[in-house]
Ligand binder design. Structure first.
Ligand code: PGA
Length: 231
């Protein structure tokens, strides 16, 4: 299973270091074999000493090696810490201005540089309320803008209406939507959107679920360890 923690704008450099150190000890002493990804803030990126199955990635970056792009980080800043994993297309980034063209250009750039890409897709409540056909059209359209044959690709299905709300999509909705996505791609598919200790087991038991992308419930290390214990 894949379990990924998205810190968003939480944790400092110091608390991230402490978090990853506690996590590493937990993974070692419990012999956890799952693939674990941590996405700290850009200012907390570093070359961490951790277990082989723990990967630190970036929540975002601009698709350039370096240059004049005020406020952005590029490939050179990621290479300093050997970061080779990125989240692309998260709905919170799309809401802040990453439109389809920008998302696609980031995807193409980091693909060219052999990054592992976790590509996020997910519909709004408005689209969900129009029915499954509309949801399918919307999600397929998001998938159509990237190269689904890219080897190092993982898809994360994150319905916008379930992110950060504390209310996950129902298991039936997750199941039905992951099945839709699996008709279109053979890549591993994660579910994200208010995943909690209480819901993780049922979610990952679904046929087309290869793991979870966790936001708020991952920010407390003890809670995240409980989740790792559940899977
Ligand atoms: P959440 O965030 O778990 O707080 O809903 C998930 C995500 O945005 O990746």
């Amino acid at each position: 299973m894949i379990i990924a923690a998205n810190f968003k704008t939480n944790h400092t450099r110091a608390s991230t270091k402490e978090y990853i150190s506690t996590l590493s000890q937990f993974i070692k002493s419990n012999d956890i074999k799952d693939e674990v990804y941590i996405f700290p803030t850009a200012s907390s990126l570093d070359e961490f000493k951790t277990q082989a199955n723990v990967t630190v990635g970036t929540q975002n970056a601009y698709g350039v090696k370096n240059g004049s792009f005020t406020g952005e980080i590029g490939l050179e800043q990621l290479e300093e810490f050997n970061i080779k994993t990125i989240l692309i297309g998260h709905s919170e980034r799309r809401a802040l201005g990453d439109d389809n063209t920008l998302v696609k250009s980031k995807f193409d750039f980091f693909k060219k540089n052999n990054f592992k890409i976790i590509y996020c897709v997910g519909e709004s409540l408005e689209t969900r309320e129009k029915g499954l056909d509309e949801v399918r059209k919307f999600l397929y359209n998001q998938l159509d803008s990237i190269d689904l044959n890219y080897d190092n690709l993982v898809i994360a299905y994150e319905p916008i209406w379930a992110i950060g709300t504390g209310v996950s999509a129902t298991i039936a909705i997750i199941d039905e939507t992951l099945n839709l996505l699996a008709n279109k791609t053979t890549k591993p598919i994660l579910y994200g959107g208010s995943v909690k200790v209480e819901t993780i087991k049922e979610t990952i038991s679904l046929k087309n679920c290869s793991g979870v992308l966790v936001g708020s419930a991952s920010w407390n290390i003890f809670n995240f360890c409980k989740m790792l214990h559940e899977i």
